[in-house]
Write a new protein. Structure first.
Length: 182
């Protein structure tokens, strides 16, 4: 009976460890792989990378971003591919949220690949306070006045009033105990 309780505890840990790789892959930027192209989104930017095109007359080819209402390559937002013989790329910025199709046409009029991609609405960043080893002005406790930074003149007048009050109280108590003394 004791061993089965131990396995129950470890079973939850094994399930959590098995789910961890799935959670980590879902948390990164969206990436889709088609035949010959790799499409990724980061915020409102969509980019495509390929190595299937060859340069002809100084051009690698063109990539187009089509929305769901656009039917062919000519209707999409077209960008010329740039890069080297190893890889070519193109990017579109300020893309509104929605589902898009990326098509890469090489300079020799062959399609390097077609891939659908979803651009998500931007998520507002979470603002977290930065930890501090010590407060910059100390603890702001007390009765209202402790939260204000008074100048040296105000502090001097306050110290004189407190000092005068202490001297006056001492004189009054001494005179009361021995009335014949000043």
């Amino acid at each position: 009976m004791r061993n089965s309780h131990c396995f129950g505890r470890h079973g939850m840990a094994v399930a959590a460890a098995a789910a961890l790789p799935l959670a980590l892959t879902a948390a990164g930027p969206a990436t889709a792989r088609g035949s010959g192209i790799s499409v990724s989104t980061t915020g409102s930017t969509v980019s495509v990378v390929t190595s299937a095109c060859t340069q002809i007359n100084g051009s690698w080819g063109t990539a187009a971003l089509l929305s769901s209402s656009q039917a062919n390559f000519a209707q999409g937002r077209q960008v010329a591919l740039s890069g080297t013989g190893v890889s070519q790329s193109a990017a579109w910025s300020s893309v509104t949220p929605g589902t898009y199709t990326v098509i890469v046409m090489c300079a020799n009029n062959t399609t390097a690949g077609t891939q659908s991609v979803i651009v998500s609405a931007p998520v507002a960043p979470t603002v977290r306070p930065t930890p501090s080893s010590s407060p910059s002005r100390g603890v702001m406790g007390g009765l209202g006045g402790a939260a204000r930074d008074y100048g040296p003149v105000t502090m001097g007048v306050g110290a004189a009033l407190v000092g005068g009050g202490v001297i006056g109280a001492a004189w009054f108590l001494r005179r009361r105990s021995k009335p014949h003394r000043l």
